[in-house]
Design a protein around this ligand. Structure first.
Ligand code: MLC
Ligand code: AMP
Length: 503
């Protein structure tokens, strides 16, 4: 194949006049029209002078055009780098500089600020607005509707996704064409996707779940998507009867259950609800089945690996577990040295397979620390495999908070808090939250005799960090609990504040 990812997900539908995207305004985009649009965008990238392997940093609202830009990058052999729309200019500057992006595509509203970043870094900039307007599509509309697909190898890079780390510095996870394609094809089989499926798509398309799972699986199966801009409860309830499948983070399901309009009748046409990106509480699982008759299928994945395990389509979907390793994926439970532990014991989850990424962009040391020479990736998740082979995630060996499916690394927030006047030190922890699963709490130790100004601290945080990372509350403590080695005992803080948002 000339370009496995493009051919396998997009090219196969080139002549199909069947529906691909159902938009909220009633517009239906066929596979053929979608690919014509993406070919036009591919021409724009070529005209700008981008070459295969160049990075395209994208921070735009969810739209058919934004998705077509992903397809265009695949066809033109470019590396697609989607970025959370909540990121501040500070955060974006780092990603753009670190990746060496040649092109930035952003909303018209951020063009001025990002234009300065682009100029500094010698990158081109184009705009794409949520309604499809902006300079990218203005140029695209003048272009031919077919584009000669650029030849690529399965091991060539297809995407970078930035993921934070315990040191607070984000790392660009390099994903190859084969990483993405193999995982999508496996999931089509495992979850029985066909061209008859209509997926209710309410996830963002700048992360693995919404882009490489929901979208790629639908594409690989030749199905269609009801493409909503975001998770809006009313819209989801309204469109659910037309769908056959839905994928979401646990917050989607708890919000649905919190609404009396969500009934068995409303989901009668559905064949599958998938949950992932954060732990699904066993009680949500039970409540959901009770209300709808459907058992949510929980699976486990990561930015670096796409999907690793899944509960079975047929057979018992066991609450509190993430099911079995996917075909071709090896999962083992190890000690810190990488020695496999006996069945049933708790250790660190390691995974190996065609889904596992190539490494972190220009960070060989970080890559070596997490990706073993034998190909196993150290996930940082703690788990066990039960006697029936189900994988259970019991905790994390990494200082990470997952809020509504978004990963938040405390270090990044602590660095900002520690920098504020009157703050001696800080600790950021995750505490249970009824809507987001976990939320961020900042614990601040003031300098002797000083009362820090909370309002100005919050202002500083909001200038540098995306909204979803902001502590929902800041509390003051005289000192942080530490062990004999001087390490902050976050477990004690978590215990102390665990009821802050739930009771
Ligand atoms: C939005 N806010 C969040 C937030 N999302 N704060 C904390 N955590 C989040 N996840 C902010 C908003 O900016 C807003 O700020 C306030 O919280 C409440 O807004 P909302 O309207 O209730 O938020 P909403 O837009 O509904 O978003 C919630 C959400 C969304 C859960 C629908 O976050 C979402 O779609 N999450 C999915 C994330 C995802 O795709 N993860 C997959 C990662 S891939 P204010 O100022 O109004 O208070 C991965 C691998 C794998 O993990 O295995 O899949
Ligand atoms: P990300 O880096 O955003 O890809 O997030 C990956 C992390 O999300 C994993 O390392 C897990 O900690 C967590 N995760 C994903 N799916 C699940 C799940 N089903 N249950 C519990 N945690 C999950």
């Amino acid at each position: 194949m000339a370009n496995p990812l493009y051919d396998g997900l997009f090219g196969i539908h080139a002549e199909k006049t069947t529906a691909f995207l159902y938009l909220p305004n009633g517009q239906v985009i066929t596979h053929r029209d979608f690919l014509a649009k993406s070919a036009q965008i591919a021409h724009v990238t070529a005209q700008i002078g981008l070459k295969p392997g160049d990075r395209v940093a994208v921070q735009v609202e969810k739209s058919a055009e934004a998705l077509a830009l992903y397809a265009a990058c695949a066809q033109a052999g470019l590396v697609f780098l989607p970025l959370n729309t909540a990121y501040t200019v500070d955060e974006l500057s780092y990603f753009i500089e670190n990746s060496g992006a040649s092109l930035i595509v952003c909303d018209g509203g951020s063009a001025d600020q990002l234009g300065i970043v682009a100029k500094d870094l010698n990158a081109k900039i184009e705009t794409l607005n949520s309604d499809g307007g902006g300079s990218l599509m203005e140029q695209a509309r003048e272009m031919a509707t077919s584009f000669a697909t650029v030849e690529r190898d399965g091991d060539d890079l297809a995407a970078f996704l930035y993921t934070s780390g315990t040191t607070g510095r984000s790392k660009g996870a390099m994903l190859t064409q084969n990483n993405l394609l193999s995982n999508a094809q496996t999931l089509v089989e495992e979850w029985r996707f066909t061209s008859a499926d209509v997926l209710l798509h309410a996830l963002p398309i700048f992360h693995t779940h919404g882009l490489f799972v929901a979208t790629n699986v639908t594409l690989a199966a030749g199905g269609s998507m009801i493409f909503l801009p975001k998770f809006d409860l009313d819209q989801v309830l309204d469109r659910l009867p037309e769908a056959t499948t839905m994928m979401g983070v646990p917050t989607f399901y708890t919000r649905l259950l919190g609404d009396a309009r969500f009934t068995k009748e409303l989901s009668a046409h559905m064949r599958l609800f998938v949950s992932g990106s954060a732990p699904l509480l066993a009680e949500t699982h039970v409540q959901f089945e009770h209300r709808t008759g459907h058992r949510i299928l929980e699976r486990y994945g990561m930015t670096e690996t796409n999907m690793n395990t899944s509960n079975p389509y047929e057979g018992e979907r066991r609450a509190g577990t993430v099911g079995f390793p996917l075909p071709g994926v090896e999962v083992r439970i190890c000690d810190a040295e990488g020695t496999a532990m006996p069945q049933g014991e708790i250790g660190e989850i390691e995974v190996r397979g065609p889904n596992v990424f190539r490494g972190y962009w220009q960070m060989p040391e970080k890559t070596a620390a997490e990706l073993r020479e034998n190909g196993f990736f150290i996930t940082g998740d703690l788990g066990r495999i039960d006697q029936d082979g189900y994988v259970q995630i019991v905790g994390r060996n990494k200082d990470l908070i997952i809020s509504g499916g978004y990963n938040i690394y405390p270090k990044e927030i602590e660095l900002v808090l520690d920098d504020q006047p009157g703050v001696l030190e800080s600790a950021v922890i995750g505490v249970p939250h009824p809507d987001f699963g976990e939320t961020v709490l900042g614990v601040i130790v003031p300098e002797n005799g000083v009362t820090p100004d909370v309002e100005s601290i919050e202002k500083a945080v909001s200038q540098s960090l995306a909204r979803f990372k902001h502590p929902r509350k800041l509390v003051m403590l005289e000192e942080l609990p530490r062990n004999t080695m001087g390490k902050v005992q976050k477990n004690i803080l978590r215990e102390q504040y665990q009821g802050m948002f739930t009771s």
